[in-house]
Unconditional design. Structure first.
Length: 493
């Protein structure tokens, strides 16, 4: 089954140590630099009882109290010195370092799918989704290919292209009569005698799109080839093994595209998650003919942990994450759901090295009606946190090395425009407390300031002031609780 990830746990380093219940009263309360309170209840074991025959002389009692205060003060100073040293020396658990000299993957863009729910976007919706000045600046659109080789989404595709976005498409199932279960739903396999028929239909789809003014930048071989929807859910699907999908691309889909003069890469395998990607990707990359037809190696991120697969990295293929949403059956349009999305974007970009990241549908429907990016004409916070990346990290940018999680609940990723050197830093605060996060930019030309954009419980991707930077590239940024903050440098404006 598809699963979802919960937000990271909330940690606090400022919880008070409470006195043990009982009769003894605290003797001393000392506050160290950490803000923790220490009570002197435990001193009772060192001081003889004031009752009965064990009377203590006042002068001895005074000496003991003074001695304890000296020890407590010394411990507090040691604790403060240790913390200050860590702060000044830039230990990994406090300072987020951005290394401009270490460049990772190129970014292809961010997108979503119009499948089933967005066949005909109006101008307001198209501006909101696909423009930078009026919306969140998505640059990729994923169409659904119906089993008859058509789509109802050409009007939306034309709106996206008019605003500079690129379009690609995925099939969910061949026709029922070409499958061994005689059903477009509930898995089943494409019958071998219809491999060429299905390849012909997919190629005809691509040609028809181009004729309608919607050229495709890629075509998927199959959505989630290893996944069967589990009851009570049921939707269009078709199963392949790693071997059969590789064979279909190598012997049918790839050659048919080439025969028809279409220089369109195949996007595959589009597995349901990271845990199912490896077997498919390894088979595709191991076959030199099949891999020659492959463009992006694609996966969804409904399961497993984002990771880099050596055979894909060494092949030079980009990795695309082509579908994810919050699958919880709850109506959450706020930051709770948004932080689930943000944590997945961060993990897929930083640990999976993906070049493209896609949300599922623009408008929620079907088994997951609460998962959309827009309700009515208003963005959910899910859309806004995607915009913290997509509006500013544009096609052709590269990911720059950054400390991915400098402290609990904080996630950091960084990007740069190679031509203008504009720097984008995205910081996620998963916790319930505001955080003062120290930053350090090294090994490159430094900006003088950043424009700050925040999505939070109170702000929906709103500009929120200017962050100045020292001549040494150091600064401290306030991250509001439950928020995503984007820093946009003044370079390349």
């Amino acid at each position: 089954m598809k699963t979802y990830s919960k937000p990271l746990s909330i940690y606090s380093d400022d919880r008070a140590i409470m006195p043990v219940s009982g009769e003894a009263e605290p003797v001393i309360t000392s506050y160290g630099s950490s803000g923790r309170s220490f009570t002197g209840s435990s001193m009772a074991s060192f001081i003889p009882s004031r009752t009965g025959h064990h009377k203590i002389e006042p002068i001895i009692y005074l000496v003991l109290v003074v001695a304890f205060m000296i020890v407590a003060s010394s411990c507090s100073k040691m604790n403060r010195s240790s913390r200050d040293g860590a702060w000044q020396n830039g230990q990994a658990d406090s300072i987020a370092s951005i290394d401009l000299a270490k460049v990772n993957q190129e970014i292809a863009g961010f997108g979503s799918s119009s499948g089933w729910t967005s066949p005909n976007m109006d101008d307001y919706e198209a501006d909101a989704f696909f423009t930078v000045d009026k919306g969140i600046g998505l640059s990729l659109l994923r169409l659904r290919i119906a089993s008859d080789g058509t789509t109802l989404e050409l009007a939306t595709a034309k709106q996206a292209i008019a605003r500079g976005a690129s379009v690609w498409a995925s099939p969910w199932t061949p026709p029922a009569e070409w499958k061994d279960n005689h059903d477009v739903n509930n898995g089943g396999h494409l019958l071998p005698e219809h491999y060429q028929d299905w390849a012909d239909r997919l190629v005809a789809f691509a040609k028809n799109c181009a004729a309608e003014g919607v050229p495709l930048i890629g075509i998927s071989a199959q959505n989630e080839p290893g996944y069967i929807p589990q009851p009570p859910n049921s939707w269009e699907s078709c199963q392949y093994t790693a071997g059969s999908l590789t064979g279909f691309i190598r012997d049918y889909l790839g050659p048919t595209l080439k025969k028809n003069g279409l220089d369109i890469p195949v996007i595959a395998p589009e597995t349901d998650g990271w845990s199912t990607l490896d077997s498919f990707a390894i088979a595709l990359m191991a076959d030199p003919i099949a891999s020659s037809y492959i463009g992006p190696v694609a996966t969804h991120s409904y399961n497993g942990s984002a990771h880099v697969l050596p055979c894909v990295r060494n092949s030079g293929h980009q990795v695309w994450q082509t579908e994810f949403t919050d699958l919880r059956d709850t109506e959450d349009t706020g930051m709770g759901s948004a932080l689930i999305i943000a944590s997945h974007i961060h993990a897929d970009l930083v640990y999976g090295n993906v070049s493209a990241w896609h949300h599922w549908q623009f408008i929620g429907a079907g088994p997951y009606p609460y998962s959309g990016l827009m309700e009515g004409k208003e963005f959910t916070r899910r859309a806004c946190v995607i915009g913290n990346w997509s509006r500013f990290v544009r096609t052709g940018f590269v990911r720059i090395e950054a400390t991915p999680s400098p402290r609990p609940n904080v996630l950091v990723s960084a990007f740069s425009d190679p031509s203008t050197k504009r720097l984008i830093i995205v910081l996620v605060n998963m916790g319930d407390l505001d955080i003062q996060q120290q930053m350090s930019i090294i090994n490159g030309a430094l900006p003088s300031s950043f424009t700050v954009w925040i999505t939070s419980d109170a702000l929906a991707l709103k500009q929120s002031g200017i962050q100045e930077i020292t001549s040494k590239g150091k600064f401290t940024i306030t991250l509001p609780s439950r928020s995503v903050t984007t820093l946009v440098s003044d370079q390349g404006k």
